[in-house]
Design a protein around this ligand. Structure first.
Ligand code: HC0
Ligand code: SF4
Length: 581
């Protein structure tokens, strides 16, 4: 271990640590801005570009950025001298001098790390005059808005996009005062390989990257007496929404969330978990179908089957692995299955035209906005899912209508599209989709009840996981990846001949799965928040009376009355899709 003294206190840290790590261990707060270390993922941003975290190191003339300066044995560090304070203030003023002052209307207001810093330092005016602020054209996609006037060049988004997601849509361009992070040639994001995963938004400390907010379109639909407006809520929302209201990460507020949505005025409050169970019926059947052909000796069976419910992942496969385009499951995502069923089966129950039914989704994800907008998910120009808001957007809406969420009673999701099982809810965590699929596929294939419902070997937070699952003698090799960079490694393996003989692979684009989605409450670099949400997801599953998708009575009724059986002609029309290169 390395011994150093910080502000007169002795601390020991392992080799490879920084001064900042040492200070954290002592409980000494050094303010940071560009730095971000999302533990247990590849997200470590150590550009030391903002210089907010400078400290004095005995024997050195210049101040040192503590986030990027290695701790050395015998180092004596001061984090609180007047020289440090003065420099920190000057540095912050410099950053603010080239940053808009429109905090009143900024999407990040209240969650902005620069605002917090300015407040902490007590900046009351900016005494730096000189050049005008640099300005850039705003870039809008359905999912994300880029407002580079607000960019502070911390480069977290670039690290995320290039090193964690390995998409490579963003990089630093221009020099000096005009330097900014941008797609190559300053193209709009929609014209690049961007997958809309939203992870750049999740780590942006300011409002330079934000979601394209659809809240007001939802309000407009709710205010229109001619429309029936229903809402579906994704699994991961219920374990994170509470954070926006001061609850501990992982607090489960499903019942209060449903009550809030009813008070806001949705005609019916439904659950994406219902559609997740439906997805399992289709995807599980597809998996068993492909396996059966493979075991019968058929050549060129598209295996391993890849899960297809994460829209950023689908986009990634389409643009980076077009040669593997026939292996993802053709099943639509639960969000889109929900929309398709709502605008056919449910519109029929209500005896209304699909155009008079507005389907709103609340999702932890920004790519879901893009997914809902894909042309193949509409009929005669009328989308299956009309509007998508994020967990953060829902929290703001709840605040705006003066609902005190803590005072609400619990209520239940409405029937029939709100009935779900534990298998539906675990979709929200990495490993959950494949576990849900295996619970059903096992019982259909083996024709015996599962000896143990929990597939512990599929769970966890490692970026790439592999496990063998025994189907009564038939050994299945399962792969799991979360984060697109990890997925890329696994898919490259498949491209090179599938040496580990995977039969099925689950991929989620975001660290942790949907619980770590780009539309969730900001984690500000604390990955323990994502893990607490994960624990909560498995807790909900454990507490459910029914935990297998094929035991969902409302889903079975949908097949009986409307679809026939999984993979039927009608199910194909409504619930399956195709991919483009
Ligand atoms: Fe997910 Fe989903 S699990 S992608 O992460 O599959 O967003 O929560 O809603 O569609 O169910 C997100 C979460 C969903 C979908 C489901 C899947
Ligand atoms: Fe990169 Fe994802 Fe951001 Fe697109 S949304 S720029 S893929 S991090």
């Amino acid at each position: 271990d390395i011994r150093l003294v910080i502000d007169g206190k002795e601390v020991f840290v392992p080799k490879g640590s920084t001064i900042l790590d040492g200070a954290k261990k002592l409980g000494i707060t050094i303010p940071t801005l560009c730095h971000l270390d999302l533990h247990d993922t590849k997200m470590v941003n150590q550009t030391a570009s903002c210089r907010v975290c400078v400290v004095e190191v005995e024997g050195r003339g210049n101040l040192a950025p503590s986030c990027a300066t290695p701790a050395l044995d015998g180092m004596v560090v001061r984090t609180n001298t007047m020289r440090v304070l003065e420099t920190r203030k000057t540095v912050t003023e410099l950053i603010l001098s080239d940053h808009p002052k429109d905090c009143l209307t900024c999407s990040q207001s209240g969650d902005c790390e620069l605002q917090d810093l300015a407040e902490m330092i007590g900046i009351r005016e900016i005494n730096i005059t000189g050049k005008e602020m640099s300005t850039y054209k705003k870039d809008y996609s359905t999912s994300i808005i880029r407002d580079m006037d607000k960019c502070i060049m911390c480069r977290r988004c670039e690290t995320m996009c290039n090193e964690v997601q390995e998409v490579g849509a963003l990089s630093g361009i221009n020099r000096g005062f005009n330097a900014v992070v941008s797609p190559a040639f300053e193209l709009p994001l929609t014209e690049t390989v961007c997958t809309h995963c939203g992870q750049c938004v999740a780590v942006c400390p300011v409002g330079a990257l934000s979601e394209n907010d659809h809240t007001w379109k939802v309000v407009e639909a709710l205010a229109n007496p001619e429309k029936t407006v229903i809402v579906q809520v994704a699994p991961a929302v219920r374990v994170a929404l509470g954070e926006e209201f001061g609850h501990e990460p992982g607090t489960i507020i499903t019942g209060k969330m449903v009550t809030a949505l009813k008070q806001i005025g949705f005609d019916q409050v439904f659950d994406t978990d219902f559609a997740a169970d439906l997805t399992i019926m289709e995807e599980g059947t597809e998996l068993l179908g492909r396996l059966g052909r493979f075991l019968a000796g058929e050549k060129d069976v598209p295996l391993p089957i890849l899960t297809s419910c994460c829209p950023a992942w689908v986009n990634f496969v389409e643009s980076q692995f077009p040669d593997l385009i026939d292996i993802p499951s053709s099943a639509k995502s639960p969000q889109q299955m929900f929309g398709a069923v709502a605008k056919s089966y449910y519109a029929d129950i209500l005896k209304i035209d699909r155009k008079d039914l507005v389907v709103v989704s609340v999702m932890p994800c920004l790519a879901k906005k893009y997914e809902a907008d894909r042309a193949e998910f509409s009929v005669d120009g009328n989308p299956d899912v009309d509007l998508v808001i994020s967990t953060r957007e829902l929290a703001h809406l709840i605040e705006q209508v003066n609902i005190d969420i803590d005072e609400l009673e619990d209520s239940e999701f409405d029937k029939p599209l709100g009935v779900s099982t534990g298998a539906g809810v675990i979709f929200g965590s990495t490993g959950g989709v494949i576990e849900a699929a295996l619970r059903t596929a096992y019982e259909v294939h083996v024709k015996k009840p599962l000896p143990k419902i929990d597939f512990e070997q599929l769970r966890g937070f490692d970026g790439v996981r592999a496990a063998e699952v025994d189907f009564d003698g038939l050994k299945l090799n399962i792969g799991i990846a979360h984060g697109l960079g990890n997925a890329k490694a696994l898919l490259t393996e498949i491209r090179n001949g599938n040496p580990r003989n995977f039969h099925a692979i689950e991929v989620m684009a975001c660290p942790g799965g949907c619980i770590g989605g780009g539309g969730q409450p900001y984690h500000h670099g604390d990955s323990s928040i994502i893990k607490k949400r994960m624990d909560a997801i498995y807790q909900i599953d454990k507490d459910m009376p029914i935990r297998k998708s094929h035991e969902n009575q409302a889903v079975m009724e949908l097949y009986d009355k409307y679809l026939g059986e999984p993979m039927s002609h009608k199910a194909h029309d409504l619930l399956h899709t195709h991919y483009s290169q």
